[in-house]
Design a protein around this ligand. Structure first.
Ligand code: GLN
Length: 504
């Protein structure tokens, strides 16, 4: 039976499989067909996994035939960023360094999705080792934005975002070190969440900046993202990740909440920021009105040290990346340069050939920043800024339940448009501070921008471990926006939710 993978949400697919409206194998085939049809244009993926998908789907169908209880997301296809290990696939990090690296085991986050009955259909393209905001630094090929193939999908989890936006799968996993889930979600018109640092295990995810990295879900609806987060946190703390923590709640079950009495922070200075596109600004203003109409109170807050977030990130991030990527030494992992006369030569030549430009730039920066004499000046200052930024958020969350701000300052840019790395770094001006502070954030689509016709989004931010409130406010925004968009004489752009899969 044919399944309309473009419009069904993960929740609807799981319900349909459970009710016997279609089989998990029907759904898996629909996802694989959608990939076969759209992937040549979108180029979101690095490896399609039909055998793993059909095997997982047939297992679900056999369970159902045997009358067994089905797990919560039984039969839901998902796409995995290629920095996450899945046994039976390569994990390349979109780098020549790991081009032929076979996953030795499965990452906890991926395993939890599998345990919940999700069906792995593909590994997604990304910026090399997650350095970037456009997916252009992939060593293999760039990914195109499904809404306009001449534009980027954002990054670094651009393949995951584009796959969901193009209707290849209703769910995808990404990782966010400075914005890599929320920024591509915004640029592709899907929901993308960075949970609180520690909520989702990093075990089996190739590290970029260990104190910043966080795994999170992409979906077309807030409910699907909440369902995925339930699964990612099920079973609580992962003993293989010392920073992971228990999440004490079911996010999807507590999603619908009254906004009356909720206080939403707004930051006037952010709305006047240099580089904020007028169409993105109006989307965020629109989001404020939608939340207010639902009964929330808007409260002005100040985050005075956030100006330092990008500078602090480009010290802490490269410093940690330099340490983490030292393991790719051309001997133990990945690419090995042939015909070298000694280990030192093998290591330096393998690294020279295995890493791309941005990966080298980050590691050289990290090496410099951690060198003696320099360390005191930059690394220590960045850690001080980190404390001040975290404290700013803590004070703000004494007064408000969530803060509303842009996710990306602009809509998706064209391929090659941001060739200067420091320009690219500004793509994350609104997302990076959350990774520095460790709290949670989500990008919610707000239709199409008036100037470009491309997706625009609003970002919501909440305190660490207040992911339940974050999702409730995001759901209220989605609900209110959809109602406003369908009201007679509406003044808001129609939502993108129904357009998944319709290519430009
Ligand atoms: N764009 C940011 C960077 O290049 C963030 C990347 C990420 O979150 N992985 O570092």
């Amino acid at each position: 039976m044919s399944v309309n993978i473009d419009t069904l949400t993960a929740a609807q697919i799981a319900a349909g499989v459970r009710a016997g409206e279609f089989t998990a194998a029907d759904v898996a085939r629909a996802a694989l067909d959608a990939i076969a049809q759209r992937e040549p244009e979108v180029q979101a993926l690095l490896q399609v996994t039909p055998d793993l998908a059909l095997e997982a789907a047939e297992h679900i169908d056999a369970m159902r035939a045997a009358g067994a209880d089905l797990p919560p997301l039984a039969g839901v296809p998902f796409v995995i960023k290629d920095n996450m290990n899945l046994a039976g696939t390569r994990t390349t990090c979109a780098s020549r360094m790991l081009e032929n690296y076979e996953s030795p085991y499965t990452a906890t986050c991926v395993q939890r999705m599998l345990d919940a009955g999700c069906v792995p259909v593909a590994k997604a393209n990304m910026d090399e080792f997650a350095f970037g905001s456009s997916t252009e630094s992939s060593a293999f090929h760039p990914t195109n934005n499904p809404w306009d193939l001449a534009r980027v999908p954002g990054g670094s989890s651009g393949g995951s975002a584009a796959a969901v936006a193009a209707g290849m799968a209703p769910l995808a996993l990404g990782s966010d070190t400075g914005g890599s889930i929320r920024q591509p979600a915004a640029l592709c018109g899907v929901v993308g969440m960075k949970p609180t640092y520690g909520m989702v295990s990093r075990y089996g995810v190739v590290a970029f900046g260990s104190s910043l990295d966080q795994v999170g879900p992409f979906g077309r609806t807030v409910e699907d993202v909440a369902l995925a987060l339930d699964v990612l946190t099920a079973g609580g703390r992962d003993p293989f990740d010392g920073t992971s923590q228990d999440a004490a709640t079911s996010f999807a079950a507590s999603l619908e909440a009254d906004m009356a009495g909720k206080r939403i922070g707004v930051i006037p200075a952010f709305m006047e920021a240099d580089g904020l596109a007028p169409e993105v600004k109006s989307a965020v203003e629109q989001a404020a009105r939608v939340l207010e109409a639902q009964g929330a109170e808007l409260v002005e807050v100040d985050l005075p040290h956030l100006d330092a977030a990008i500078a602090a990130y480009y010290v802490i991030g490269p410093a940690e990346a330099f340490s983490n990527l030292a393991r790719f030494d051309g001997v133990r992992y990945g690419y090995q340069e042939p015909a070298c006369s000694n280990l030192a030569e093998q290591s330096s030549r393998s690294r020279a050939h295995g890493f791309g430009t941005e990966a080298k730039r980050r590691q050289m920066l990290g090496a410099y920043l951690l060198s003696s004499g320099v360390y005191e000046r930059y690394y220590r200052a960045a850690q001080k800024a980190r404390t001040l930024i975290t404290e700013d958020y803590r004070c703000a969350f004494e007064r408000v339940d969530a803060i509303l701000m842009p996710a990306s300052p602009t809509v998706a840019f064209r391929h090659g448009e941001l060739s200067d790395p420091t320009q690219m770094y500004l793509s994350d001006m609104f997302t990076i501070s959350l990774n520095i502070a460790g709290n949670c954030g989500i990008s919610v689509p707000m239709g199409a921008g008036a100037d470009s016709g491309m997706p625009v989004a609003a970002q919501l931010v909440s305190a660490a471990f207040n992911d339940t409130t974050l999702l409730q406010v995001a759901r209220a925004l989605e609900r209110g926006y959809a109602e406003a968009a369908s009201a007679p004489g509406c003044t808001v752009a129609p939502g993108f939710a129904g357009k998944g899969g319709e290519l430009a």
